[in-house]
Design a protein around this ligand. Structure first.
Ligand SMILES: NC(=O)c1ccc[n+]([C@@H]2O[C@H](COP(=O)([O-])OP(=O)(O)OC[C@H]3O[C@@H](n4cnc5c(N)ncnc54)[C@H](O)[C@@H]3O)[C@@H](O)[C@H]2O)c1
Length: 269
């Protein structure tokens, strides 16, 4: 038994990082979790952990930037568990090789980042919404980023994808409110995942020291964990958030509250 007992939840990019932590938390709260991911080894590992909670999950190997794969993920969720109640569009990439300004960004890199980070959210929603409607309603939670609200140098495609996720979230919330489908977004600050560790490694030097430095720029003095995001995603997907739609929530240790003029977060190491 749990908050999501007998619910069916799809998590894209659900094998590792934020997606992995959230897949597991949904399972702990009683859901059947369908993990869609390109990483087969990590997908099987998270499935084993999901099974350990006593709730059956399913791993579907799928590159969700492609329509046929998104349709297949939803079909497999329905065939295995009878429907879909929650879609967590979480997948995202920020390859170390993508750090460049607009002139230095290839068309291929732009397309890949937009296809994975934004188009997959459209595609997964397109195929999941009829199933949510069939259940009398449901919830879509999208992973945006504080980088959808403010920006930094060298990330044009990533920034555009995250701004797009926030805009798509607001828009879909309006189209599907009559169907009792709520659409929300979460904006993580820096979270300790494979993605962030790859960026930290690019700087050279000790990765742990770099992560501690990233932490000092957040007023709470640390970077976040996948669990920090999972807790908020589960709240948004639950009936406790039943009057929320078209909104985003920053889970960022106070990062967005800090003005550039404020002279640093002032957090201790
Ligand atoms: N980590 C952070 O600091 C941070 C901050 C803000 C937003 N985010 C966002 O959170 C989300 C998750 O990021 P993360 O840090 O956990 O990343 P991660 O790289 O640790 O994990 C991403 C997962 O997505 C999978 N994946 C990649 N491409 C895929 C594809 N085409 N189809 C299916 N699966 C695919 C990977 O195999 C992996 O399991 C992303 O949308 C990211 O932009 C992360």
């Amino acid at each position: 038994m749990g908050t999501f007992s007998s619910k069916v939840v799809i998590v894209t990019g659900g094998a590792l990082g934020i997606g992995g932590a959230t897949s597991l938390e949904f399972a702990r709260e009683g859901a059947h979790v369908v993990v869609a991911d390109v990483n087969v080894a990590a997908g099987q590992a998270i499935l084993a952990k999901i099974d350990d909670t006593g709730n059956r999950g399913r791993f579907v190997e799928a590159d969700v930037s492609k329509a046929a794969n998104c349709e297949r993920v939803v079909k497999e969720a329905v065939a295995t568990f009878g429907g879909v109640d929650v879609l967590f569009n979480n997948v995202g990439i920020q390859p170390p090789a993508s750090y460049a300004n607009v002139e230095g960004t290839s068309e291929e890199m732009w397309d890949r980042i937009l296809d994975v980070n934004l188009k997959s959210y459209f595609l997964m929603s397109k195929y999941a919404i009829p199933e949510l409607r069939r259940r009398g309603g449901g919830v879509i939670v999208n992973t945006a980023s504080v980088q959808g609200l403010q920006s930094m140098k060298g990330v044009p495609a990533y920034a555009a994808s995250k701004g797009g996720v926030l805009s798509l979230t607001r828009q879909m919330a309006l189209d599907y409110a009559d169907d009792n489908i709520r659409v929300l977004a979460v904006c993580p600050g820096t979270i300790d995942t494979e993605m962030v560790r790859a960026s930290a490694a690019m700087e050279g030097g000790d990765v742990e020291a770099t992560l501690r430095r990233y932490g000092r720029s957040h007023p709470l003095g640390r970077i976040g964990t996948g669990q920090d995001i999972a807790n908020v995603v589960l709240f948004l997907a639950s009936d406790k958030a039943s009057f929320m739609t078209g909104e985003y929530v920053c889970v960022d240790g106070g990062y967005m509250a800090l003005g550039a003029w404020a002279g640093g977060a002032g957090a201790k190491d």
